[in-house]
Design a protein around this ligand. Structure first.
Ligand code: HSE
Length: 341
């Protein structure tokens, strides 16, 4: 089947999924019978473009990488018109995350689902703030609202609980949910200064557009909310999650932890207790002997405590261009394999 794909946002993740699709074009066709054409792209920096027969993606990648505006197939459609009027069957919502209002992503998601187009997104805003409402609109329109990339980039988490772990009761999820802060804490341990390492995390594409969201713990809080609501049906709001980031961790704290054979990690936790779901995000000193202590850099790790398997731990990349681009690919392939059903 040939899919027509639209991208709203052509930043790190948008370019990541394009590079993957171009590189793996033949493999995806041979292995899965998956064919695609990208016909619509909207980006506030580079412009909005539409060509129902397919855009010149290599040219667009070159232009965006050189910070130049698009020059071919420009359209007057704004984002919403482009979503509604394009011939896309799948819209990838890849704009920046806003965990307060969910905008502008939430308008893009709603417009796509209401016009019968599947949504694949790594944007935590719509998933953390509006998942039940968007899932309902998706179901009413017989399309998918897929969000694997919102938690731990492409490392399978949402799809793991919904697929391979289906049938297990998951009573606790605990681990490292933010790549930027884990990378920062790892590098600070080697002696690098906070500001310097934050700048590198931004350059590597780990940090959010506004990195305050990472270091204050809000990004991990969004992911905790998504897990609590989707995996445990908690029905909580993001503001219900007590949250502390890493901004107050000093090099002295890091040295103190070292002296006790411990290291700091920003831990997200979701746990069912006495009929309630208890959540939190906070820095913790973890003993070197604990499995989470060995998880360094932008890597994420989550342990699921289940009734049938005991603890199941998944460790993998939590951020990055290709790593998050892959989360978009895996959800697109899931739509392809089920023919959108
Ligand atoms: N800024 C996020 C992180 C990106 O560092 O984990 C992935 O959600």
């Amino acid at each position: 089947m040939k899919h027509t794909i639209g991208l709203i946002g052509f930043g790190t993740v948008g370019r990541g999924i394009c590079e993957i699709l171009l590189d793996k074009k033949n493999y995806l066709k041979e292995k899965y019978g998956f064919e695609f054409v990208i016909t619509a792209v909207a980006d506030f920096a580079f412009g909005n473009v539409y060509n129902p027969d397919g855009l010149d993606i290599p040219l667009m990648l070159k232009q965006a990488n050189e910070k130049q505006k698009f020059t071919k197939d420009l359209t007057d459609y704004d984002n919403i018109k482009l979503i509604k009027n394009s011939n896309c069957d799948i819209i990838c919502e890849l704009t920046y995350t806003d965990l307060t209002s969910g905008g502008p992503a939430i308008d893009h998601v709603r417009a796509a689902l209401e016009s019968g187009k599947h949504i694949v997104t790594s944007n935590k805003g719509p998933a953390a703030l509006f998942y039940p409402e968007m899932k309902k609109i998706a179901d009413q329109n017989n399309v998918k609202f897929l969000i694997e990339g919102t938690v731990c980039a492409g490392t399978p988490v949402i799809n793991l609980t919904d697929g391979p772990l289906a049938g297990c009761d998951i009573s606790k999820i605990r681990g490292i949910l933010n790549g930027t802060t884990n990378y920062m804490l790892s590098e600070m341990e080697k002696g690098m200064a906070y500001e310097e390492v934050l700048k590198i995390a931004q350059e590597l594409g780990y940090a959010e557009a506004d990195p305050t969201g990472d270091v204050e713990g809000h990004d991990a809080r969004g992911k905790v909310t998504i897990l609590a609501n989707i995996v445990m049906g908690a029905g909580i709001k993001i503001t219900d999650v007590p949250c502390r980031g890493i901004t107050k961790i000093t090099s002295e704290d890091i040295e103190n932890a070292k002296a006790q054979n411990k290291r700091w990690k920003l831990i997200g936790s979701v746990e069912k207790k006495d009929g309630k779901v208890i959540t939190s995000v906070s820095p913790e000193m973890i003993d070197y002997s604990h499995p989470l202590a060995g998880v360094m850099g932008a890597t994420n790790a989550l342990t699921f405590t289940t009734d049938l398997l005991g603890d199941v731990t998944i460790v993998g990349p939590g951020a990055g261009k290709i790593e998050t681009g892959f989360s978009i690919l895996t959800d697109i392939l899931s739509i392809h394999r089920t023919n959108g059903k």
